[in-house]
Design a protein around this ligand. Sequence first.
Ligand code: G3H
Length: 471
Amino acid sequence: MNAKLILDNELKDSQSTEIIKVYSPWDGAEIGSLAAANESEAKYAVESAAQAFKTWRYSNLSDRIAILSKAHTLLSQRIPELAQLLKSEIAKNYADAKSEIERSLEYLELTIDAARFLKGKSFNADMFPKYERGRKQAVYKREGLGVVLAISPFNYPINLSITKIAPALIMGNTVVFKPATVGALTAFEFYKAFIEAGLPKGVLNFVTGSSSKIGDVLLTHPQISLIAFTGSTRVGDHIKKVSNGVPLLLELGGKDNAIVTANADLDRAASEIVSGAFSYNGQRCTAQKLVLVYESIAAELINKIQSKMQELQMTPMIDAGAANYVQELVQDAKDKGAQIIIEGTREGNLLKPSLISNITPQMRLFKEEQFGPVLPIVLVSSEQQAIEYANMSDFGLQASVYTKDLEEAYRIADQLEVGTVQINGRGDRGPDNYPFGGIKGSGMAMQGLEESLELMSRGKLTVLNLYNQKH
Ligand code: G3H
């Protein structure tokens, strides 16, 4: 499978004819290639989207709905094929790959519905004595911002692009989409359907290529009006530096804590923690990445976690670098005296899960985001210490609190410095209509359904000054 650039609705090779070969994380076999855009193609993608914005912004909402609905219909007929491609490209198991495609189509549908019922506001000024009734009235509506630059990561090439692109397009923006190289084949197949569905030329341009060559060309282009990025905190920090003050939607890393108190249902906690920590090998920003458990119940919880881990089926890590990094963190914990309960073996890039207890703040696993299949456990002596440790994190995406005592749950949740607290459940971004966003190193801006429609638009006030309204 070979992905091309999509510029002005045309599928193109790069002028330089340069390509990036794509290898399967499952077995290293070559499975396709991507066109590698050069600097001038990256610039052109933005300029063409800026040109298209001039008319798309004034298109009827009904026309935008019709095109996006058609894309939805076309894609709904291809779910198994797209899931299979996604599985081969990013080493997600088939069920998870299928679920990613399905939830993305559900999100597209929900976005269309939410836009249908999006309300404007009107204002009157007659609460102030100097304005008589009807003298000054205003209509407040939302309109597109311009060109949205959407950048998605390898772990959700479809879901973490549709949650940017669908609200952007429906609100009248045009889009330049740059997926991460890994995942771009499926993304190409998916978004080609939007062109087939009738998007006018330039409304959605698709660009692949090396970030070191075209990343900054896109990020710093003066005709970009909003950057919506999901990926690492390191790249997010770079975007903050170079982005010329345009609005940013940044969904970055996470180090989601799971606080397990003495009042927890330990079976429930163990099952949620294991699924939260290890699904897709822990390569999720919302994965449970540190357990803070009260000493009195630690042994029991660890036993339960250990036995649940026997059922896990892993897939290969996305690449050797990711697997090496996890092993480095495990080695560091070992060197500093952590208790290794299970040490996952490695075969190629397939890393079996590890469970490590007695983690201390001096160990790298306490602070660094492992983004892989290792679950570090910290023993805490009090509620206060659990909260203090949780808030020491440089990240602030989600946290979980496991307890049957709702008073306790709410008290702890209230003090955690994160965007979302899950009570008795694993970290999860979805369902996708829920508001979602992080603080600190985890990013900025809240996405969701209505939240994303707001983010991808600006308010515009038109004031009607009337002088003869006495009757
Ligand atoms: O990797 C970051 C994703 O936003 C996590 O999404 O909670 O649906 O796995 P998820």
